[in-house]
Design a protein around this ligand. Structure first.
Ligand code: ADP
Length: 202
């Protein structure tokens, strides 16, 4: 652990509540978890568009983008996957503090890592959306050609093929994209977060 004893947190006079009031809505994190190709990015994108239409301030964090920048020094080993998720959760925490509704689309296969996100950001600010599309369907779509590569042994640690996915037991929302359209998924998610968005002076 690096030396922390001389780091003292400063209390700034403008806080999250001020920013929530200014924006006219609360801020929190929508975390999409599920297999590669399950539909996380597609649904997150459509939810963000719907929120934008309602004048909600948003930002999307996506696996591929983050891995090209902030986390480009991390691999897909279990330790690095854990560090990947920790950093993303810390960034999301700053963005939620900045007043944004953050949408994060990451495979995030380990239950312990997802629990840690909830701890970092606070359970009341964490909405877990399990995009539960069957592996066979994800593999059939093979959007990025990665399942074929994993089956051919060209990718090690590929979730669903040669690395585990620990399904959420109690997600806030569960979506099977073989049963729901993107629009239906958006409607379900929006209705789930409607009351969380509203700013009421407690
Ligand atoms: P992930 O972000 O989970 O890796 P993507 O969103 O990149 O997945 O890819 C999901 C693919 O599945 C897209 O090509 C999308 O068009 C397709 N798809 C088909 N039906 C649906 C649906 N009902 N919901 C979401 N995606 C769907």
């Amino acid at each position: 652990m690096p030396e922390m004893k001389n780091i003292v947190k400063h209390n700034f006079s403008v806080g999250r509540k001020d920013r929530n009031i200014q924006n006219g809505h609360k801020s929190f994190l929508l975390w999409f978890t599920g297999l590669s190709g399950s539909g996380k990015s597609t649904i997150a994108n459509a939810v963000e568009r719907a929120l934008q239409k309602r004048n909600v301030h948003t930002y999307t964090l996506d696996g591929d983008n983050v891995r090209q920048g902030l986390n480009k020094n991390l691999s897909f080993s279990p330790e690095d996957r854990t560090e990947n998720i920790r950093r993303i959760a810390e960034v999301a925490n700053l963005m939620v503090d900045a007043g944004l509704v953050v949408l994060a689309a990451f495979v995030s296969p380990y239950k312990a890592d997802r629990n840690r996100i909830s701890e970092i950001i606070g359970a009341e600010n964490y909405v877990e959306i399990f995009v539960n599309t069957p592996l066979e369907e994800c593999e059939k779509r093979d959007v990025k050609g990665l399942y074929a590569k994993a089956r051919a042994g060209e990718i090690l640690n590929f979730t669903g093929i040669n690395a585990p996915y620990e399904a959420p037991e109690n997600p806030d929302v569960e979506i099977d994209t073989t049963e729901l359209t993107v629009e239906e998924a958006v409607t379900i998610i929006l209705s789930k977060i409607q009351s969380k968005l509203a700013y009421t002076d407690e």
